[in-house]
Design a protein. Sequence first.
Length: 256
Amino acid sequence: MKTIKLITSPKFITVIVLYTKLMCPQILEPEEIFEKANESVVAIIAYDVEDIKMSQGSGVIIDTGFVVTNFHVYQGSDKMRVFHLGKEYEVIRIIGVDIERDIIVCQTDNTLLPLEIDASNEFRIGERIYAIGSPLGYENSITEGLISGVRKIDGKNLIQISTPISFGSSGGAVISSRGKLIGISTSGYLYSDINFAVPIEAIQNLSTNCAVNDTICSAKIYYFLKFYQAYIQQNFREAFLQLNNYIDVDSGASIQ
């Protein structure tokens, strides 16, 4: 009868451990996920032209100096500011917007660490997830839930989640159990565990709308949003003015 000799050398064991870590993604505990994401999730407040608060939400740092949030947090306002653990940061410019998917990407003057993104865009229904945001202004609150489904609503792909979304949570991080960003929270039903998140793929595509130093591109987005908001408010005189500004920038003319 043959005997089986186990390989117990330190080198062999090290190789097995490294292989296991690479092939089997590590599942993190909730406290580990919060520690990993806390520096990358921010509160956002939008203001009117008189600097009066209009709305609030959450945001996620997706690259150094760049934050993504929901468009409806900004809609109707004149400007936004970013807050994180007692510090305030200015939004320098908007570099990308998708009104239909309710996302907007801004450049800020912060140096906060970006949250690691799940580039694979792979997740499973039933997978445990975590949401971090600022519900009712309680900065960086963490909740947990499940991926309930993947839905197509009004032609848009959304992740259905059971994680609670309250006023102020919009634009916050939705994180996998491996500690990576898979989407941002966007909407839900009041007093319900039926909520939705925009998948990270849509955000990655949007964040490349304008190059870092492309001031013409960001100016076009700025005037388009001013036109859009004036049009929605049926302020057609202002809408016409902002549309002319957009056309002037697009044609290379300077705006006074």
